[in-house]
Design a protein around this ligand. Structure first.
Ligand SMILES: [Ca+2]
Length: 115
């Protein structure tokens, strides 16, 4: 995770690497996980691709987020994609971006708490 000061605010570059030993939410003893990223209480969210039938998925997807303010929080939530019905949450974690100063690089391994 990396934040950079831009002329028009801040930019957060974040790479979602992988999940390990995720919870099995489907009947077959597996899940179809994807990760959703949401800034503050924004209604818009970014999503990784869905990796089907895998409890140790590797997404390795990088996102560029524009930050209006640095004191927002980032919620990272992992879901099991379901063709029918609503997707099940496999766990989530919230990162406070306050303290990630400009031009500061931070490499974090975030554990996501499962329910
Ligand atoms: Ca599923």
């Amino acid at each position: 995770m990396q934040t950079k000061e831009m002329k028009d605010g801040h930019r957060l570059q974040l790479t979602v690497l992988a999940g390990k030993n995720l919870m099995a939410a489907d009947r077959g003893g597996t899940s179809d996980p994807y990760v959703q990223l949401r800034l503050g209480d924004s209604k818009e969210a970014l999503k990784t691709k869905v990796i089907k039938k895998n409890l140790n998925p590797e997404w390795n997807e990088t996102f560029d987020l524009k930050l209006e303010r640095l004191h927002e929080s980032l919620t990272i939530e992992c879901f099991d994609y379901d063709l029918m019905g609503s997707d099940d949450s496999l766990g989530k974690s919230t990162i406070r971006l306050k303290g990630c100063e400009m031009s500061f690089e931070l490499f974090v391994h975030y554990g996501i708490r499962t329910f």
